[in-house]
Design a protein around this ligand. Sequence first.
Ligand SMILES: [Zn+2]
Length: 436
Amino acid sequence: MAREFLHLLRLGTHAEQDYVLRGRSFFDAIVLNANLVEGSKSAIAVLVTRLQKPYFIDPVTYAFALDPRLLRSAGPGNPRPKRSFSALAAAYGLDPGFVGVRPVTSDWFADDGAVEDFAAHVIDYQRTAIGNALADDAAFLTSELSDRAKWVGPHATLAPYFVEDFRDGWRNVNVRSLSTHASATRDLRGGAIGVDSRQLTPQNIAELAGTYAETDLDQAFMWLTNFDEHAATVGQLAGYARLTQFLASQGKAMMASYGGFYSLLLAFRGLAGSSHGIGYGDKRDLEPLVGGGLPPARYYLRPVRDFVSLADLGLVAAGISEDEFRSRICQCTICEGLLREGGVDGLIEQFTETEDRLTATGRVVAVATPRAYRLTRFHYMSVRAEEFDLIRNTETLNLVLGTLVAESRWVEGRLGLRATAHIGRWHDAMEMTEPV
Ligand SMILES: [Zn+2]
């Protein structure tokens, strides 16, 4: 029997809507950040009704506690607070004057009334944002979309949350938010647990696990900030596995907020699902770097379950036959189409296509063409879908690990340990922990 494991896709920007609709067969449910919903409600609402899949709204309340400069619009001159975050603060019952000026602190929620009021607004927002946007949209009411109204409500609502840094008293606010949510709803009691992964000592893991096991939580997203599955030590990876396993053993359905293939291995440690973005969304830092332009296009190399540069794709695929490409690297629809068109060389040419662009400082740089971006992203979505199927349909962890190690060995011969070292660490971390 297939193992249940939910595949969630997180919409990162409005520009990604096309990937979501065209790639709708690749995932089970979608996660929408509340600031994105607030930024263009009717477009998102129409997307949800066209998609006809369960959705969650991540209330992103933690953002209000970050460095306020992150909530200001980029660009020269007098930076103003981002409109979507000001509107969101107001929708959450906060006076938006603080947005972009100062962060919220846990003292704001010192008394229970403040937590209850905040949680009620945040939950209500998730329940009604899409429905209200559609009600305002005359085109929707008269169109064939209206019979899709059953997709208008979220799959579950998430209590407000702030990132645990083991200092500022946020855990107390988080736990009180969860219990307010639990007593106010008959739906699935959802939440999100954000933890600064740099603080994940065994002691802190035990504390967290104990605290959240006591809450009335049915289902929760787990976000380890600044956590990179590919760079993490065996100890950190095993700590993540133990936290997941303990909460799962207490009946909490945990899902990774941002996960790569390691989070899929955690299906064997009780994880119930994993979410990722369309571009490089298998990890997320607490404070994103602002600016820097478009990241370079990269290729998701299935045998090592990691992104590599396009130069590395060239090295890996040098001199191999089409059939070898299919069996060792990829045979998704995108790669298959490119192989048929122009063989391995043609495929590499298409993925690595660049165009010259002028930078703000007047330099000419070669950047991936929009088509090369599209190809690498659809390839990624397609391979991820295949990975979720692998996890659902393989009986034991040992079989998955065996495949993983065997497939990566060939890449190691071509790119060296730098491309494959994480596989050994994943293997060791899984061996150090027990199934639920
Ligand atoms: Zn492919």
